[in-house]
Design a protein around this ligand. Sequence first.
Ligand code: NDP
Length: 336
Amino acid sequence: MSNQYQGYQINKTEAGQSCELKQLGDDDLMEGDVTVEVEYSTLNYKDGLALTGKAPVVRSFPLTPGIDFSGTVTSSLNSRFKVGDKVILNGFGVGEVHSGGYAQKARVKGEWLVSLPDGIDSRQAMAIGTAGYTAMLCVLALEQHGIKPDSGDILVTGASGGVGSVAVAILNKLGYRVVAVTGRMEEKDYLLGLGAADVIDRADFSGKPRPLYKELWAGAIDVAGGNTLANVLSQIKQGGAVAACGLAESMELPTSVAPFILRGVTLYGIDSVMASLEKREQAWARLARDLDLELLEQLSFDLDFADLPQAAEDILAGKIRGRAIVKIPQLSISPD
Ligand code: NDP
């Protein structure tokens, strides 16, 4: 019994993909040099795709989903970590090809782990999760482009979602004037509460994009892709930039070269999954400094471990607001 733990497991048979919460054993842990007792995980859009099987996110079976976790090291053969260290994991194929955070235990490569930064606890780390860490990677791209608060307004699409909510909160704290785009105008007060100066309807960005439109935004963070991103690009000011990280609307990008060659606009692609350790540590240190933890609490909610399958459907339907925190039931037995 001592090596048993609880976790979700995705299996694939001829009948299709299925996901079950079940009793697992140490034999189910995958290769790695650090074992972690998972304390918290979260729910990202990609987790929704993995849990429901609506896109081929999971590519190794059987597998525990969950692209993020925070927890405590219980054994380590890696010189960077020792027993008792608090760690965070985001991406690196975890929850896709390597078992992830929706279980009481995970075994991973130490090189994928980041130490929990000072000022953030394990629960707050998962309120942030991949969505929040990606929002910070987007902010860093705009900053490195040279966009400053006095450069002009910054547009954030999919603002009520995970990446969008955290991006609005960070940009506001850094002194930028943020305009939030949402398909849920009923969330206007929520977005104003996170620090948006204005909230506009997603429908304004759904029409056929023109090559160029009025110059409105110094920069933008886009989670949608599709017509939304194409319309955003046509409205970026001379020399501005867009950090694009998502495809909540579409994988397509029906744009022209006009914004790039006539306005010198730059489109930055943001990939959180394979970002270097240096970039991750920079992003997490900035999150500890530049994200208002009271706002983080306001934009987060607790999601029961047992309710993950239903919440996965909800996130794909665009019904989840902000960030879900999933407390993983504590191991009642010796962790190793
Ligand atoms: P969420 O589901 O929490 O947020 C997505 C938001 O996008 C929704 O809440 C909604 O916001 C908006 N949206 C939904 N459908 C559409 C649509 N048809 N057109 C325009 N906007 C839409 O997901 P996350 O914030 O976790 O992720 C956002 C995107 O970023 C996803 O595509 C995800 O895969 C991607 N991502 C990429 C990462 C990377 O490394 N590149 C890392 C993390 C996420 P509202 O209702 O306010 O309009």
